[in-house]
Design a protein around this ligand. Structure first.
Ligand code: ADP
Length: 795
């Protein structure tokens, strides 16, 4: 028997020494005493062959953890009873104290001498497999909790709950959000931390210990374990009201948003976090991070998409996007209006069906822009004359462009078409083109020179008349500036009209142009601003008119100087006449006092009277010629207006009484006493008008009236009126009598005398006083002469 056993043993040893794991033969007993083990036992259990065989102190069965023992037993017993091989998985504690999962396959090979069952088989280390199975299992659970939840808060709560279950610890938590970008991981972290995900009753503490914990972990994105007994700064300080014995925490940084911290707490005992647990924790956090990324990205995309849609809906251009086959994917309201299709109807239809375009001129169907873009891979613009026709037959003239939509890798995934209704522009442009042709005709044939000038005063277009006028060819003119055509004889700057039209939009004036042959021409220039900082100048040659004007001007000057000479002569003559006349009067007076016959005395009276009359006439002529010669002097002084009126009135009083006329002086008491005026001249006006009134009135009344119209601190405005009940002046004569040497009725001259200069002198004097003589007269009823003077008040 022993020999057999030995033989078998050798055989097995040879066979099994190269197999993975541990081959064995043992007694089916509680402690699994090994009769044979292969060398693989060292790897599997940490014990050598010698240590495991015939060693009373340690048997293989002692390595199996007690919880797993009953299971193995059940398994084996069930199988061997039916004479079958068995398979089982269980955990052992290795020599170094590590827990290890193993898989065992064996069968019953008989009994030993004591009638005990003999088992043979082998045991393999399945720790790695088990580990990844557990990992997978846990991650599956996490994945499930992530995928079944749409709401972020709920999703995170589920993840944390699952994590808690996987680790079977006291608490799992998640802290959001943390400002991990703070320069030192100190105060801001704990201050900005939202307590949203903190379990109730937890408060964060910002102290050195907490900062240490955070600092140690932050940005590593690795699980960090803390143990109360080992760490100088106790992690329990992070959470105030609980004495956490050990914890595992990790920061995660989703691509968007702030950082998050995930943690596990063990409170009752100081749990040692194994490498496997750390790895699992890391994997879970990776999933959380991914989920957050997805969630945030999705949210962001959704927001992005909504914003894009709003933008599309609110822009003025029509937008349609298609896939690479030209099927419509998207369409904004403007596109709906212009195509006449609702998005609902147009969706998934071919673009060519919805977007029907033709050449506006030829009416031939226009090329489909999507096909063009797909072919070229580049942005394309439609032809200029594209007409879009809606299903109801409405035509729109459109301008558009189409561009490829590419994915991140640059692959074309669709086409976007942007277009706009330009019907109005198009119509205007076409009309403009026509009117431009017409305008060109006018310009070409216009009799006047037309120059178009740009903002730099350069000619950019001229018509044939302009060339003819200046003697330059069109080509030469188009190289010139306005200054080069201006004659040096021009007094004003040639830029004057240019500047004027720039500020006012229009200018008119006369300029002198120097022709190519060096001669000057006078030009009437009208400049008008055009759009785009350009100007159009119309020029007509006015040289002839100018020459005629100059001749006239000269003639007028000659005539004026002759007139002046005449007046001067008259003035001198009057003066010269007055001297001998005074002699005649003087000597007549002397002669009158000598003894004369009554008849001679009468003659002397007549001589003296006539001489006085003659002096008066000469005085008038002298005054008038002075006015004509421009040597009529005014002397302003302070006078008393009332006094002057009274004195003038007194002069005509005797003559009026002689004719038995009633006379009245009607003064306005409000008129200030002292005013500034030329007393002599104003007296002349009063006397002239009053004597005329007396002269041309045979019966009735003469009134001399004054009224204060307005008074300021410096001035007094007074109305004067001389009215009579005389013969009156026929209406048609009322203007003529204002002229010198004219009278209403020459037949009267004999009766009334006079030269017809009085009114002319009166009018001239009043003009100098900024006043005009008004007349109201009715033949047979009387006349009223009136005028208003604004006097400066005496200081
Ligand atoms: P003269 O009185 O020396 O003829 P005036 O220039 O003073 O010259 O007057 C011109 C003319 O106007 C008079 O000849 C007269 O025909 C007419 N005229 C002027 N004043 C009156 C008046 N108050 N009533 C009627 N006719 C008048």
């Amino acid at each position: 028997m022993a020999k057999d056993e030995n033989h078998n043993h050798l055989q097995l040893e040879t066979l099994m020494s190269n197999l993975p794991g541990m081959a064995f033969r043992c007694l089916y007993e509680k402690r699994w005493p090994m009769l044979f083990v292969s060398e693989g036992c060292l790897d599997l259990t940490g014990y050598s062959v010698d240590e495991l065989i015939s060693n009373e102190q340690i048997e293989y069965g002692d390595l199996i953890i007690p919880q797993d023992n009953p299971g193995i037993d059940r398994e084996i017993r069930a199988k061997i009873e039916r004479d079958r091989s068995y398979e089982t998985e269980y955990r052992i504690i290795t020599k170094s104290g590590k827990l290890k999962w193993v898989w065992e396959k064996g069968r019953c090979v008989g009994q030993n001498a004591d009638g005990k069952l003999l088992l043979e088989g082998f045991i393999i280390d399945i720790n790695e497999r088990k580990r990844s199975e557990r990992l997978n299992d846990a991650l599956n659970k996490i994945n499930k909790s992530i995928s079944t939840e749409q709401d972020l808060e709920k999703m995170l709560n589920r993840v944390i709950e699952t994590t808690l279950a996987i680790f079977n610890c006291d608490r799992a938590w998640l802290l959001y959000p943390c400002d991990l970008d703070a320069p030192d991981y100190s105060v801001p972290i704990l201050k900005t931390a939202d307590e949203w995900f903190l379990p109730p009753g937890y408060s964060l503490k910002n102290d050195e210990a907490s900062r240490y914990v955070m600092g140690k972990m932050l940005k590593s994105q690795q699980p960090v374990a803390f143990y109360r007994s080992k760490e100088p700064f106790l992690p329990g300080n992070l959470v105030e009201n609980e004495q956490v014995k050990s914890q595992l925490i990790q920061d995660i940084h989703p691509k968007m948003g702030k950082s998050w911290i995930v943690g596990l707490h063990q409170c009752a005992y100081e749990r040692e976090w194994t490498d496997e647990e750390k790895e699992l924790f890391k994997q879970i956090n990776l999933r959380i991070s991914d989920a957050l990324n997805n969630f945030l990205y999705y949210n962001n995309m959704k927001e992005h998409e909504e914003r894009l849609q709003t933008t599309l809906n609110s822009i003025g251009d029509a937008v349609i996007s298609t896939d690479t086959k030209g099927h419509i994917l998207q369409m904004n309201p403007v596109a709906e209006t212009l195509t006449g299709w609702s998005f609902k109807e147009a969706k998934s239809k071919k673009l060519s069906e919805v977007f029907k375009i033709y050449n506006a001129k030829t009416r031939a169907p226009a090329a489909n822009p999507v096909e063009e873009v797909l072919k070229s891979g580049k942005k394309t613009d439609l032809g200029k004359h594209t007409t879009l026709i809606t299903p109801t037959g409405t035509n729109y003239q459109i301008a558009d462009s189409a561009a490829p939509i590419k994915d991140l890798a640059g692959v074309i995934i669709g086409v976007v078409l942007v277009f706009r209704d330009v019907t109005e522009d198009y119509t205007i442009r076409e009309a403009l083109k026509k009117s431009e042709e017409k305008y060109r005709n006018y310009v070409e044939n216009a009799p006047m020179g037309i120059f178009i000038v740009d903002s730099e005063a350069k000619y950019i277009d001229v018509n044939p008349a302009a060339c003819q006028m200046t003697g330059y060819s069109r080509e030469t003119l188009l190289k010139m500036k306005i200054t080069e055509l201006a004659s040096p004889n021009m007094k004003e700057s040639p830029y004057k009209s240019f500047e004027e039209v720039r500020t006012t939009g229009k200018s008119r004036g006369e300029i002198i142009l120097r022709k190519k042959d060096g001669t000057d021409i006078d030009v009437q220039l009208t400049t008008i601003a055009l759009t785009g900082d350009r100007f159009i100048a119309f020029c007509s040659d006015i040289t002839e008119r100018k020459t005629a004007e100059k001749r006239l001007e000269k003639e007028k000057r000659v005539a004026e100087s002759a007139n002046k000479a005449k007046s001067e002569f008259l003035a001198n003559m009057s003066h010269e006449l007055r001297t001998p006349l005074n002699g005649i009067i003087g000597f007549s007076r002397i002669m009158k006092d000598t003894p004369l016959s009554p008849e001679q005395e009468d003659y002397m009276e007549d001589i003296i009277f006539s001489s006085h009359k003659l002096v008066q006439i000469i005085e008038d002529i002298l005054d008038f010629s002075k006015i004509e010669a421009g040597t009529f002097d005014f002397k302003y002084q302070e006078i008393e207006l009332w006094n002057l009126m009274e004195r003038s009135f007194k002069i005509i009083e005797p003559a009026a009484r002689k004719k038995a006329l009633q006379i009245e002086l009607d003064k306005d008491n409000r008129i200030p006493g002292q005013v500034q005026t030329d007393e002599l001249r104003l007296n002349q006006v009063f006397v002239n008008l009053l004597s005329n009134a007396v002269k041309f009135t045979n019966a009735g009344r003469i009134t001399f009236q004054s009224r204060l119209l307005k008074e300021t601190s410096a001035t007094a405005t007074v109305l004067f009126k001389v009215s009579d009940t005389g013969i009156g002046i026929p209406e048609k004569k009322q203007q003529v009598i204002r002229q010198p040497f004219t009278q209403a009725d020459y037949s009267m001259t004999r009766k009334y005398g006079g030269t017809g200069l009085g009114l002319a002198i009166t009018i001239s004097i009043l003009e100098r006083m900024n006043s005009t003589l008004e007349l109201e007269s009715h033949p047979g009823k009387g006349s009223t002469f009136s005028f208003v003077i604004e006097f400066e008040k005496a200081q």
